[in-house]
Design a protein around this ligand. Structure first.
Ligand code: DGL
Length: 278
């Protein structure tokens, strides 16, 4: 028996995933975590599917090489464009059956599927996430009664990173991105990007009280907790040591500033070199 030696890996294109990680750490504080933000190549939102897949495979290799047994893709774009392929072929071929990767799309949609009155769902996300069709595809399997309307909001993540969440221009952008969804009389709006939680107040003000706003972080944290309860063979491998090591793929100067925004405290990150071998 190997004992409790393994960490939980958290992967995001950059620093927005810290919002999801914050909720995970709050709900499951006793574990050891390794956070990897591919800041040098973010944003992923307007990259090709092939590029996102390649970067995500590199991240998976890095995190598994750094003691992780379970990885959470905190990034919607990577969850939408790469996770299915990695779970179906890359993971079993290269790592066998034991290691696991979970994304952010299914936990959010499970919440939608278990909300009986919800029949018209709006999703805002990056261009890549919307183009992948992952949200409508997965929801069709879980709750065919729900119709999905998507809107790509490519400028919102950069606006949040630039510290412009409260600016007039950002409010105008949000209005523009939400207009086609509001015309469809949605009952709920899913914020399908790591950064949009920072725009929650502005978004609620535009959609009004009749539209339920669904945030991913708390849902992903809860589903991870439930997963660990259902899978003791995984849970008993995870080290009970409340510690996190942060890795970034660039020089790390932006990490301190943006981690204060996304994580609530400035953290220092180590440099990660990602390699890709076919
Ligand atoms: N992390 C990405 C997501 O959730 C947003 C930023 C990006 O485009 O890389 O889709």
């Amino acid at each position: 028996m190997a004992g409790r030696t393994k960490a939980i890996g958290i992967f995001d294109s950059g620093l927005g995933g810290l919002t999801v990680f914050k909720d995970i750490q709050k709900q499951l504080p006793g574990y050891r975590y390794i956070y990897l933000g591919d800041t040098a190549r973010a944003p992923y939102g307007d990259r090709s599917k092939a590029q996102v897949l390649k970067f995500a495979k590199q991240a998976v290799d890095f995190l598994f090489a750094h003691d992780c047994e379970l990885i959470i893709f905190a990034c919607n774009t990577a969850s939408a464009e790469a996770l299915r392929t990695i779970q179906r072929s890359y993971l079993p071929k290269k790592y066998g059956k034991r290691k696991r990767i979970l994304g952010v799309i299914v936990p959010a949609l499970e919440e939608v599927a278990s909300s009986p009155g919800l029949t018209r769902l709006g999703v805002i996300a990056t261009e890549g996430t919307v183009a992948s069709g992952a949200y409508p595809r997965e929801l069709k399997k879980m709750a065919p009664r729900v119709r999905v309307f998507q809107s790509a909001a490519p400028l919102l993540a950069p606006a949040v990173e630039a510290g412009e969440a409260n600016s007039l221009l950002t409010k105008k952008l949000i209005k523009g991105y939400l207009a086609p969804l509001l015309k469809k009389n949605i009952d709920a709006l899913l914020l399908g990007c790591t950064h949009y939680g920072h725009l929650e107040k502005q978004i609620r003000a535009i959609v009004g009280r009749k539209v339920r706003v669904i945030l991913q972080g708390p849902l992903v944290a809860r589903k991870l907790h439930e997963y660990l309860i259902r899978h003791p063979e995984m849970e008993t491998m995870l080290e009970r040591r409340p510690e996190t090591v942060f890795y970034t793929t660039d020089r790390g100067s932006g990490f301190a500033r943006l981690s204060a925004l996304f994580f609530g405290k400035a953290v220092v990150a180590k440099r990660a070199l990602l390699e890709y071998k076919k």
